[in-house]
Design a protein around this ligand. Structure first.
Ligand code: ATP
Ligand code: MG
Length: 562
């Protein structure tokens, strides 16, 4: 991976520095990124990916990609594959260190048997509701399940028969025997195994009908892999005593240290996988890669670069305090990147025809124009100029509304970028009084970027009508109108969907060179913003471009703009 901004330090790196100074784990650093393959990765996962893989890189350690696949009915291979694709796209590589928690089902089962034999786990026959009722509350201790006093022999027999498929879903669960009066509810004899018939696991097929719980699986998987620092989000803080209890009570030598950090929340979007799944399944967006989605696939299709996402993760940092990051922070990262990496092109989004009456019919001039104003290595391209061009409707007004209006007005002059100075001689309107065409004349002595002796107020972009590529351009706005649609008090998050989050412009006219753009290629359309060529076409086979981001921050108060 290329080096970018130097990684800022954080409290987790301080802990690792101290551990290494004390030669803990012989100075070794091993992390993991443990997604559940029940959806596509989102920008919040990117924070965790950059943290785990970034630490492994910087400390010459290792980072495993481990699929936490203990919940087979929500998981599938499509998600496994998309996750791998997205991690690689972000610039990280796990080599041969790809694991599945389901690789460990046999070992996990054996550790469960070990706990049963030690009298530290038992078979409980309460149903889910009774388990809840017996658990007590924050102010009241729980009650013992009748199963708590079963003999080791009976527990072993029942667990064997659970595995053999003798019992229906929900008939029994295996629970840890810890403390029904613990102030930490996670320690009140948590469930370790449950029965699930009739699901085909994407890795293990129908080999199992009992599945381990996440809280049981996770610490043991970490320990099996020799993880040194198990980094997770803050909601697992209360699960840490259970993480430690399990590793202290089975015969495994390795005991990774769990460290929690705050999750990323982004304004005007949702990050919960359940809600993202709802958006996809209910057709409220086009799919997981809809450019409005906060998924890695959506951001990629929108035109974000891997570097911009990694830079974003560095800028937001790693802390223990929950906060919500403004969308403007993410946008300024992609703007900074594309400003130096995207070639410039001209594209007219709201075309208005302009006929240059003193320019010969049928004549075409090829004008050479720089692809980047500050960077010669981008080279140049040829732009055709002819008698009929398109300019943007917003670049013309019959009468200037104020002195700041430096574009074209009736009787006024303007420079067509890289080309001639023109004057508007006549405005043609339709029956409704709408302007449909401008009749102009050019000054043949003014070709070029900035010839001497000719001063005009404004420069506008244009494309030659005969050479233009017709395209659809999609402009995106925030997906929700509420800054925290995820928050409980916001009610049903769907009610906050922004009805104008997608605006589709048809009949846009792009300069000829854009006809050769490859899928995923990014450009600055001068004066309009950054755009990325989409992988789809319109029904009439026109190319589609997605607006990645505007040229300037439109989110208000951010003030990050360079
Ligand atoms: P959800 O709770 O919405 O289903 P999840 O956190 O369970 O999402 P996982 O696939 O289990 O999703 O997450 C994999 C890893 O990514 C975990 O270590 C998790 O802590 C981390 N992660 C998930 N969401 C965020 C986030 N918003 N910010 C930082 N890390 C996150
Ligand atoms: Mg999870």
């Amino acid at each position: 991976m290329s080096t970018e901004e130097k990684k800022p330090s954080n409290f987790i790196r301080h802990i690792i520095d101290a551990d290494r100074a004390a030669n803990k784990n012989d100075g070794r650093v091993a992390t993991r990124f443990p997604p559940e393959p029940n959806g596509y990765l989102h920008i919040g996962h990117a924070k965790s990916i950059c943290l785990n893989f970034g630490i492994a890189e910087d400390y010459h350690g290792t980072c495993n990609l481990r699929f936490d696949d203990t919940n087979p009915h929500k998981e599938n291979v499509e998600f496994v594959e998309s996750i791998q694709h997205d991690v690689r796209w972000l610039g990280y590589e796990w080599g041969d260190r790809r694991y599945f928690a389901s690789d460990y089902f046999e070992q996990l089962h054996d550790y469960a048997v070990e706990l049963i034999k030690a009298g530290k786990a038992y078979i409980c026959d309460l149903d889910a509701e009774q388990v809840r009722e017996y658990r007590g509350s924050l102010t009241e201790p729980g009650k013992d399940s009748p199963g708590r006093s079963r003999s080791v022999e009976e527990n072993l027999d029942l667990f064997t028969r659970m595995r053999a498929g003798e019992f229906a879903d929900g008939a029994y669960v295996l629970r840890a025997r810890i403390d029904m009066a613990s102030p930490n509810m996670n320690m009140r004899d948590p469930t370790l195994y449950r029965i699930r018939h009739g699901v085909v696991h994407h890795q293990t097929g129908e080999a199992w009908c009992i599945y381990p719980m996440y809280d049981f699986t996770h610490p043991i998987s970490d320990a099996i892999e020799g993880i040194t620092h198990s980094l997770c989000t803050l909601e697992f803080e209360d699960h840490r005593p259970l993480y430690d209890w399990l590793l202290d009570n089975i015969s495994i030598a390795c005991h990774p240290q769990q460290i929690e950090f705050s999750r990323l929340n982004l304004q005007y979007t949702v990050m919960s996988k359940r809600k993202l799944t709802t958006l996809v399944e209910e057709g409220l967006v086009e799919g997981w890669d809809d450019p409005r989605m906060p998924t890695i696939a959506g951001l990629r299709r929108r035109g974000f670069t891997p570097l911009s996402i990694r830079t974003f993760c560095d800028r937001i940092g790693i802390t223990k305090s929950d906060n919500t990051v403004e969308m403007g922070v993410l946008e300024s990262c992609i703007r900074d990147d594309l400003n130096s990496t995207a070639a410039r092109r001209m594209a007219v989004l709201h075309p208005l025809k302009l006929v240059i009456e003193n320019y010969p019919e049928g004549q075409v001039e090829e004008i050479e124009a720089a692809n980047h104003p500050q960077d010669d290595s981008f080279g140049t391209r040829m732009i055709p100029f002819s008698r009929e061009v398109y300019i943007d409707r917003d670049d013309f007004m019959e009468v200037a509304p104020n002195k700041k209006f430096k574009r074209l007005v009736a009787g006024g002059e303007v420079r067509l970028r890289n080309s001639y100075v023109i004057r508007c001689d006549e405005v043609i309107k339709d029956a409704n009084g709408e302007v449909i065409e401008l009749r102009c004349s050019h000054d043949a002595a003014t070709l070029g970027a900035n010839p001497e002796g000719r001063k005009v107020k404004g420069v506008i972009h244009w494309v030659s009508a005969a050479h233009a590529v017709e395209a659809e351009v999609r402009l995106y706005d925030r997906l929700f109108t509420h800054p925290s649609p995820d928050a409980d008090k916001a009610g049903d998050f769907r009610e906050h969907l922004n009805p104008d989050s997608l605006r589709t412009l048809t009949g846009c006219r792009l300069e000829r060179a854009l006809g050769e753009a490859g899928v995923g290629e990014r450009f600055q359309f001068e004066r309009e913003g950054y755009f990325c060529k989409d992988g789809t076409q319109t029904a009439d086979a026109r190319p589609v471009f997605n607006r990645t981001v505007t040229l300037r921050d439109t989110w208000g108060k951010i003030g990050q703009e360079a």
